[in-house]
Write a protein that binds this ligand. Sequence first.
Ligand code: PBG
Length: 323
Amino acid sequence: MLTRRPRRNRKSAGIRAMVQENQITVNDFIFPLFMIEGENKKEEVVSMPGIYRYTLDLLVVEIGECLDLGITTFCLFPSLGEDKKDSMATEGHNPEGLYQVALRTIKEKYPEAVLMTDVAMDPYSSDGHDGIVRDGQIINDETLEVLGKMALAQAEAGADIIGPSDMMDGRIGYIREVLDDAGYTNVSIMSYSAKYASAFYGPFRDALDSAPKFGDKKTYQMDPANVKEALIEAELDFVEGADFLMVKPGMPYLDVIKTLSENFDIPITAYNVSGEYAMLKAAAQNGWLDNDKAMMEMLLSFKRAGASAILTYFAKEAAVLLK
Ligand code: PBG
């Protein structure tokens, strides 16, 4: 005699929908977008089929389409020529640089769009690192000054959420103070709190041409073996004033998302990174996985683990499916 039969709650689509514990909606998404210099150009990222690098004029069109699909939040990443890069990432805080011009232009056209930024030196650095390089070392405290200037330039250009992805110690407190001193108390910070030194960023570095010119990022990004260390990073970011905590990559680190969501009462974001996107696309192109079903299952896993927002290259196609 089986009194308890869990299958009763799975017997029809109606009951299954009623007992569903987690849902994906378009409100969960933050859509990362790659930008290039110039006009009227749209180049597909080879290792990310369906993802493009846009010049600003076409980026504005893309954002308009996404807003129509219900996506409200966008995270911009610039891909610059080597001529715009130097050892101090100066272009990163140029008010007339591509990034700041883009923020102002998009805000003017679509004031309702929520714009999240990236704060780290790598897209602008001739060394391809997230901090200042001296004698082969990444210098923490001097890098904070550069990051502060970047955050301020972005806030001045209209950014809603500043996203420090650099993993320097103390950057959240430093940036919070710079923003507050300049009167930007309402500009939020989404900290890449637990950002791992991961092999899953490969396609992103292709898209931005931002791979480190020497060495790796292991002295600042976290060791994939560690989870307690994620609690230390999250605690510091929380105390220093972060409004959101992020875990990156997403799918190989669902346990970290869960740990942070159980220990912190501010929203947790999952970054479903470029390599996760590339893996599914490659399998789908071979006919080995069903793209749409695997995509929705992957996105749902972040909600189940406790994320409230998902930075994902799937945002637009998932939004189309959800409509
Ligand atoms: C760098 C940065 C990276 C990503 C976002 N910001 C790559 C890196 O740390 O080298 C990766 C995102 C992705 O793979 O989708 N500041």
